[in-house]
Design a binder for this molecule. Structure first.
Ligand code: GRF
Length: 214
């Protein structure tokens, strides 16, 4: 059984998608043991509570320096010792020490087709604003392992979503979530729990059985 810790900051719709997929048997052999938010007001914490998971808050704001927060964050994760850490809309930069302590055990969902519209500054609505102002016709979402860079880790799953006439950043954000994020994030967790995801020496991800239908 894969013990999963989910890190959140906001609405928690991706957390909800994971919990629903576990309930529906679409994710097998995995359970969420912990939910950690940096934001005490995150609705994600209520979603966790409704599912019987007592969330916890770990915020940089409660520490004198980022270094102290980073230390406490690493210590808490080492105490939990999860098999997988899922960043589901987590807006805090992951300290390098955490990446090093959990190699290929951290995954993130990003709301674009990496390497487009990713990296520093591309979070939340900014991603979709970038897509609309460049006028690309296809966007999507990416699940990737987290490395020391920003959105630079090995790509696990991607799904494309069409941009439509009249889209606003908000409308596009919602479509990317519904059509891509809520599907590929649970799918990636299921594949990892089934031991089907490997990373080669060139940091390319391979999926046993081929790319899944998502
Ligand atoms: C999603 O768009 C995700 O891709 C991004 O942050 C948003 C989180 O939404 N990283 P939610 O909290 O899961 O509803």
């Amino acid at each position: 059984m894969l013990n999963v810790t989910v890190l959140v900051s906001g609405g928690g719709t991706n957390l909800q998608a994971i919990m629903d997929a576990i309930d529906a048997g679409e994710i097998q052999n995995a359970r969420i043991t912990h939910v950690i938010s940096n934001n005490p007001r995150a609705y994600a914490l209520e979603r966790a509570a409704k599912a019987g998971i007592q969330g916890e808050v770990l915020s940089p704001k409660s520490y004198d320096s980022r270094a102290e927060f980073n230390e406490a964050f690493l210590a808490r994760l080492q105490e939990i010792n999860p098999d997988l850490i899922v960043l589901a809309g987590f807006l805090v930069v992951i300290p390098e020490a955490v990446v090093k302590a959990f190699p290929y055990k951290l995954v993130n969902i990003h709301p674009s087709l990496i390497p487009s519209f990713c990296g520093t500054g591309f979070y939340g609505l900014h991603v979709h604003e970038g897509v609309l102002s460049r006028g690309v016709k296809v966007t999507g979402a990416t699940v990737h392992f987290v490395d020391e860079g920003t959105d630079t880790g090995p790509i696990i799953l991607q799904k494309a979503v069409y941009v439509q006439e009249g889209d606003t950043p908000e409308i596009l954000q919602r479509r990317v979530m519904e059509e891509a994020e809520w599907k590929i994030l649970p799918k990636a967790i299921d594949l990892i729990a089934a031991g089907k995801v490997s990373v080669d020496e060139n940091r390319i991800v391979h999926i046993a059985g081929g790319y899944p239908s998502v």
